[in-house]
Design a binder for this molecule. Structure first.
Ligand SMILES: [Zn+2]
Ligand SMILES: [Zn+2]
Length: 361
């Protein structure tokens, strides 16, 4: 997928630029555990952390995460130290409903205990003296650098929220040839790149020519390639008119997903296949050729296909008609027979000899 479009996306441990000042105590704020990709409406557990360049004890400080319009998403205290950072407990956040770029802000407010020392201006903010009169200094009891005071500070965080991309698929349409007005079965599936749970979601099949819905199913189980699709098995009646048909599989839009379409192309044949094409494929030495692909195709129609077995044989059921039968296999020259007429309830027996194609090597 086009991940490059999101180069500005936040990495894990989103580093927020601190307002550099002359103060010696430079605070760095981080939003930890951000997902690699942030999707609309998605939830995540994050942790806010702040570290001081002087490794101060920042426990008890309040960090407030605000959304775009200053709305408070979370306000938590820094409670535990992880490495050199002071962290909040984990916070559940829900990302905005619409894709786009958002500016969030983290406000840092030092622990009120820090103020017990009396406020020191920047000029005064040198290390406290060893003077016995010097009052309690935060961080002292931890043997850390003594900390004069940290200022209230805000850290901007830019958030790139992606829209969800849904793809749909249909499979199990064996040969794509269906008998007019007879039921046929296949599977439809949908998946979202944000791994949304699509169970119970409606998926519809629309007959584009007739402009009417054919069927609506609910996605109910995991399947498809890589088992990443939510699937539904569908049984529908083929149209009455023979020939090529295109239907549309539609996953309707919801709050976070756009309407998604997938064309479903198939052929309707007038009658069930009741004629047989038997093909034997062999080499010039008379040895049976395994795994050759055989296609039986009527003009303007999609081919019926099969592969030869260990004996070099393939059998394909087709409706009566006039066909071109082609045989191919890699490293051999393909060949075909045209205008083969096959009658109802009868069989055509064809033998093909494939010559090796030395040009392939
Ligand atoms: Zn500090
Ligand atoms: Zn989704």
């Amino acid at each position: 997928m086009a991940a490059n479009n999101n180069e500005a996306e936040i990495d894990e441990g989103l580093a927020v630029q601190e307002e550099l000042s002359d103060a010696e105590h430079v605070l760095t704020c981080c939003i930890k555990d951000m997902p690699d990709k942030i999707y609309a409406c998605q939830k995540a557990e994050i942790i806010l952390s702040v570290a001081c360049s002087k490794h101060c004890d920042l426990s008890g400080a309040t960090v407030t995460l605000c959304g775009a319009e200053g709305s408070v998403i979370a306000s938590e205290q820094l409670i535990k130290q992880v490495s050199k950072e002071w962290c909040t407990r984990s916070i559940e956040v829900t990302f905005p409903e619409e894709a786009g770029t958002y500016e969030w802000t983290v406000f840092f407010e030092p622990s009120p205990d820090e103020g017990l020392n009396g406020w020191q201006s920047e000029e005064d903010s040198e290390y406290p003296s060893d003077d016995e009169d010097s009052s309690w200094v935060p961080g002292d009891e931890y043997g850390l650098d003594a900390c004069p005071l940290h200022e209230v500070q805000e850290f901007p965080a830019v958030l790139k929220v992606r829209s969800h991309k849904v793809s749909t698929l249909a499979w199990g349409l064996l040969g794509n040839h269906f008998v007019a007005d007879e039921p046929f079965t296949f599977t439809v599936g949908a998946q979202c790149d944000a791994s949304c749970d699509l169970k119970g979601q409606d998926i519809s099949i629309i007959d584009i020519d007739a402009e009417k819905p054919v069927h609506t199913a609910k996605l109910e189980y995991f399947g498809g390639p890589m088992k990443t699709f939510w699937c539904a098995d569908v049984t529908v009646k083929a149209p009455k008119d023979p020939g090529k048909h295109t239907w549309d599989i539609v996953l309707p839009a919801d709050k976070v997903h756009e309407e998604t379409h997938r064309p479903l192309m198939f052929w309707v044949i007038r009658q069930a296949p009741n004629a047989l094409v038997r093909v034997h494929v062999q080499t010039t030495k008379g040895e049976p050729l395994t795994g050759a692909s055989v296609s039986v195709q009527a003009k303007g129609d999609s081919p019926y296909r099969a592969r030869t077995d260990d004996g070099g044989d393939a059998m394909i059921k087709v409706p009566e008609g006039i066909y071109t039968v082609g045989v191919s296999k890699s490293a051999y020259m393909s060949t075909q027979d045209q205008n083969i007429t096959i009658k109802e309830n009868s069989a055509a027996n064809l033998t093909f000899v494939l010559e090796e194609d030395y040009m392939d090597y």
